[in-house]
Design a protein around this ligand. Structure first.
Ligand SMILES: [Zn+2]
Length: 95
């Protein structure tokens, strides 16, 4: 089953869970897809599991995947601009 699967636009404040992470609907707006069909974009707010920062992400009414991390951690592998976060690089081996 996908992360998001609605037939009608849910109300703001709706909370869903996706892979142990909760997302709160904070907005929705209509948009026209490339093929001309009208659809809706949902805006979700969640917290990054890496740093706890709130972030927002968007989806359609039906989607299989939701972004799970804040913009900073989403770009894993790309250089972090100005803020250095040692936690990202900490790796301890047991034993
Ligand atoms: Zn983060």
């Amino acid at each position: 089953m996908g992360a998001v699967n609605f037939r009608i636009v849910p109300r703001s404040g709706k909370i869903i869970r996706y892979r142990n992470q909760s997302y709160r609907l904070v907005g929705s707006e209509p948009y026209r897809r490339r093929d001309g069909e009208l659809s809706v974009i949902l805006t979700w707010q969640s917290r990054c599991p890496e740093c706890g920062e709130p972030f927002t992400t968007t989806s359609g009414l039906v989607t299989r995947h939701l972004t799970r991390r804040c913009p900073r951690h989403r770009k894993a592998g790309k250089p972090v601009s100005d803020k250095y976060k040692p936690d990202c690089h900490r790796r301890k081996r047991h034993g």
